[in-house]
Design a protein around this ligand. Structure first.
Ligand SMILES: CC(C)(COP(=O)(O)OP(=O)(O)OC[C@H]1O[C@@H](n2cnc3c(N)ncnc32)[C@H](O)[C@@H]1OP(=O)(O)O)[C@@H](O)C(=O)NCCC(=O)NCCS
Length: 135
């Protein structure tokens, strides 16, 4: 895993790529937030960074690393930060970090996930296309 983008504190003053509240519908059979829900939010946050860099359609090709660091609870406000860390010919590697602001009326905030995902820029036929030098 690449070096973390942020310390364990919620990066105040920096807007997350997405912010979403964990809802009862996102729980598993035990009543805890389903890991797949968080993976999906992480992928969305990563894809936005990749899409902007590719200036067009992209697909997820690989989840290189994914770590669930702390649980997410119903009512938590989850902020996801993402940053492009490597650009190849057609691929874009993105680091994503998630923080949960707890819903218990405190300032408590925990790092909940870290991931590194690779996206590929694709053309109209769904084939890889060069990302180019566009920033
Ligand atoms: C993404 C896709 C178009 C790539 O097609 P492909 O012909 O296999 O592409 P290539 O082998 O040329 O690889 C494309 C890039 O991905 C990289 N790549 C391939 N496999 C990879 C892997 N396992 N991990 C990281 N990067 C990988 C290659 O290094 C290459 O990067 P570069 O051009 O920057 O050097 C094709 O695999 C695909 O459509 N996959 C399904 C994607 C999808 O539907 N995702 C959502 C799932 S619901």
């Amino acid at each position: 895993m690449s070096e973390s983008l942020h310390s364990d504190k919620l990066p105040r003053g920096e807007e997350p790529q997405i912010r979403v509240m964990a809802m009862p519908a996102d729980t598993n059979a035990s009543g805890d937030i389903f890991g797949g829900w968080l993976m999906s939010q992480v992928d969305i946050a990563g894809s936005i960074a990749a899409y902007r860099r590719a200036r067009g359609r992209i697909v997820t090709i690989a989840v290189n690393e994914f770590r669930f660091i702390n649980p997410v609870y119903v009512g938590d406000l989850v902020s996801l930060y993402s940053r492009v860390i490597h650009v190849g010919n057609t691929s874009i590697r993105v680091m994503i970090e998630g923080f949960a602001e707890r819903s218990r009326g405190t300032d408590e905030c925990d790092r909940v996930a870290e991931a590194e995902i690779t996206y590929v820029a694709i053309d109209e036929q769904g084939k890889p296309r060069p990302v180019g030098d566009s920033a």
